[in-house]
Design a protein around this ligand. Structure first.
Ligand code: DGL
Length: 272
């Protein structure tokens, strides 16, 4: 019996935090990862542009016969998920809904903070998803764009990271949120620093962890899980030269990155 892979994409290297969780929860699954390194970042781009990129990448992965698509990028999940779900015939999992669900479950006071890229915060996708589950929740949001380069530089526990986190998070601390959603692929790398700055009374929600659990639940429900005795293989595609992706990706994935192939796509997701 041949088993299909799980397709995962992100604007670049950040989605490897989601892949890492999927590998942890489902070590038996094959995965195909696409990092759009030629066009990163998505966080500062318009919803129309990000939706177009997402469509091209989805077509590329669909041509490789995947069984489920994970939109690991928060920005792409925030703006392109409805279009992808409408146009694709396989299950599509974004990172917003799983993170929002967890936040709505764990909050005690109903005051929830969400941090992400400018695009994610501007879209209000987390706020809408949380309020659908708990209409009384108060959702406070803050874009933290500098966290992305800090995580890629490996500056996650120095003075620059601390000062940046303190500056970005002060408003949310003042607002006394009891839960904070890490609504960007890169933020799990800054989790320790963010936890220190927010203090012990604030629960951090990692969208990457929640997404991996959602993927496992959907595959189990559809009887598409590989037997646990199998060992998954992992392939990586990028749209620019692989060097930077390999360097930073190994840090994101704990040194487990395999071969990385460079491709460039046309509008139909065809390699050109
Ligand atoms: N992957 C993006 C996200 O989770 C962060 C990097 C970018 O702006 O493209 O929103």
């Amino acid at each position: 019996m041949t088993w299909k892979s799980i397709g995962i994409f992100d604007s670049g290297v950040g989605g490897l935090t989601v892949l890492r969780e999927i590998m942890q929860v489902l070590p038996q699954e094959d995965t195909l990862y696409f990092g759009d390194t030629a066009r990163v970042p998505y966080g500062s781009k318009s919803p129309e542009t990000v939706t177009r990129y997402a469509g091209e990448i989805a077509s590329f992965l669909i041509k490789r016969d995947i069984k489920l698509l994970v939109v690991a990028c928060n920005t792409a999940s925030a703006v392109a998920l409805p279009t992808l779900k409408r146009t694709l015939s396989i299950p599509v999992v974004g990172v917003i809904e799983p993170g929002a669900r967890r936040a709505a479950q764990v909050t005690r006071s109903g005051r929830i903070g969400v941090i992400g890229t400018s695009g994610t915060i501007r879209s209000s996708a987390y706020t809408r998803a949380i309020k659908r589950l708990n209409p009384d929740a108060e959702v406070l949001t803050r874009a933290c764009p500098l966290f992305v380069p800090l995580a890629e530089e490996g500056w996650t526990d120095n003075q620059v990271a601390r000062l940046t986190a303190e500056t970005y998070l002060q408003e949310l601390k003042d607002a006394a949120v009891d839960t904070l959603v890490l609504g960007c692929t890169h933020y799990p790398l800054l989790k320790t620093m963010i936890a220190e700055v927010m203090g012990p009374d604030v629960t951090l929600v990692d969208s990457a962890e929640e997404t991996a659990l959602t993927v496992a639940a959907i595959l189990a429900d559809k009887k598409l899980l590989r037997p646990p005795s199998e060992k998954g293989n992992h392939s990586y595609y990028v749209s620019d030269i692989p060097a930077g992706f390999v360097r930073v990706g190994n840090r994101f994935l704990g040194g487990k990155l395999g071969d990385v192939f460079q491709v460039s796509l046309d509008e139909e997701g065809v390699i050109v």
